[in-house]
Design a protein around this ligand. Structure first.
Ligand code: ADP
Ligand code: MG
Length: 367
């Protein structure tokens, strides 16, 4: 369905930095305005759009969105599926409740990868200590227990190793979980793709991601490997078709020592590993998402340079601005807190070596 109209209001559920950048970075798309819903006081997006302070299940607020918006999107995948179902009876919601409900649950997500012929690391469902013991017998101790829901930035994950299983089970909070085999990966990449209303898929090149303690520290694009790019795109097409997806969807992969792609997880939204597109691509991921969901044409993605994106965690460094004027500094205006993503840095270079050198020197300042 193409929704192109003269003036449209887009509702965004969640007012974090992703919503903020959806508004800011799509400013050149004419005749689109935004209204954001977020339960917290002055979230990042409230600086750039009207923001309603509300929980996501407030029917009055949802009815306001139904009455005033042309469509709704999300900046946060843990919006209750019920909320999306309620909205999508009346107005278009991209991504829809089905896709989001799969992405909210690691078990459903990995089952969908496998049904779509996309390889994953071996995993088992764990709902009790007994099931954890069985799963460890099958998968081995080089494995990670992950809660099925509400995990992000490496949270709600426990490495098994030599630990006692009853202790791990208690520490994990005895939540519905999966046990998955640890992947001895060479590196990690993600594929950011745009799904239009008529089923077209437009891809960015793979981006290489570097995590520490489960949190993305920095990303370098492009990860140039034509074979893996094609393979990742074919996996992506299988997955997004089974989700009937519209908008930006991101899939994270491990690359193992034999150069196999192993799907890890996906995000039904714009993604931290796509922030480099603001400086490094002809169309940034935020504008691409807003264009795709509102039925505007999305052109082919082109890059002319190499890009780096470095997350600012915990504390805003004071000296970055004076360090190098070619570095774009994003400050989300969030309160400083240990390991919280409060901003990022982004820069480009024609020469990859120069770019990597600069990444190394900035890493020393901020990590
Ligand atoms: P989230 O990003 O939602 O916290 P992930 O599953 O992506 O959860 O885990 C975060 C990071 O932890 C990954 O990017 C990776 O670096 C590491 N990790 C997660 N699962 C595995 C695994 N099975 N093998 C090796 N490393 C893993
Ligand atoms: Mg992840």
């Amino acid at each position: 369905m193409v929704i192109l109209k003269d003036n449209i209001l887009i509702g965004i559920l969640g007012g974090g930095q992703l919503a903020m950048m959806m508004v800011e970075m799509s400013a050149k798309l004419k005749h689109i305005e935004f209204i954001v819903v977020d339960p917290s006081d002055s979230p990042p997006a409230s600086k750039v759009a009207n923001c309603i302070k509300s929980e996501f299940d407030n029917k009055e607020v949802l009815d306001k969105l139904i009455n005033e918006c042309s469509l709704v999107t999300i900046d946060f995948e843990n919006v209750p599926a019920e909320t999306l179902k309620y909205l999508e009876k009346k107005i278009p919601v991209y991504p829809g409740s089905y896709a989001v409900s799969i992405c909210q649950d690691r078990l459903k997500e990995k089952n969908l990868f496998n049904k779509s012929n996309v390889p994953t690391t071996p995993y088992e469902k764990v709902d009790s200590l007994e099931q954890l013991e069985n799963a460890v017998n099958i998968i081995g101790r080089d494995s990670i227990l992950k809660s099925r829901t509400l995990g992000y930035d490496g949270k709600n994950q426990q490495f098994i190793g030599k630990n006692k299983l009853d202790e791990i089970w208690n520490i994990s909070g005895r939540k519905s979980s999966i046990l998955e085999k640890k992947v001895n990966f060479k590196t990690e990449v993600s594929l950011i793709g745009i799904n239009t209303h008529d089923g077209e898929k437009i891809f960015y090149p793979l981006v290489e991601n570097f995590h520490n303690n489960g949190i993305l520290n920095y990303s370098i694009a492009p990860y140039k490997n034509e074979t893996l790019q094609k393979k990742a795109e074919s996996f992506y097409i299988n997955i997004s078709n089974s989700l009937n997806y519209v908008g930006v969807l991101v899939i994270e992969f491990f690359i193992d020592s034999n150069d196999n792609l192993i799907a890890n997880e996906m995000a039904p939204r714009v993604h931290n590993s796509g922030h480099w597109t603001n400086e490094g691509a002809n169309i940034n991921q935020f504008e691409a998402h807003i264009s795709a969901i509102s039925g505007k044409k999305v052109n082919e993605i082109k890059l002319s340079e190499n890009s780096a994106m470095i997350n600012i965690l915990s504390k805003m460094p004071k000296n970055i601005l004076s360090y190098d004027k070619s570095i774009k500094v994003y400050d989300y205006g969030k309160k400083e807190r240990i390991n919280r993503k409060i901003g990022h840095l982004s820069f480009i270079s024609k020469d990859r070596k120069t770019l990597l050198k600069k990444v190394e020197s900035i890493k020393k300042i901020i990590f």
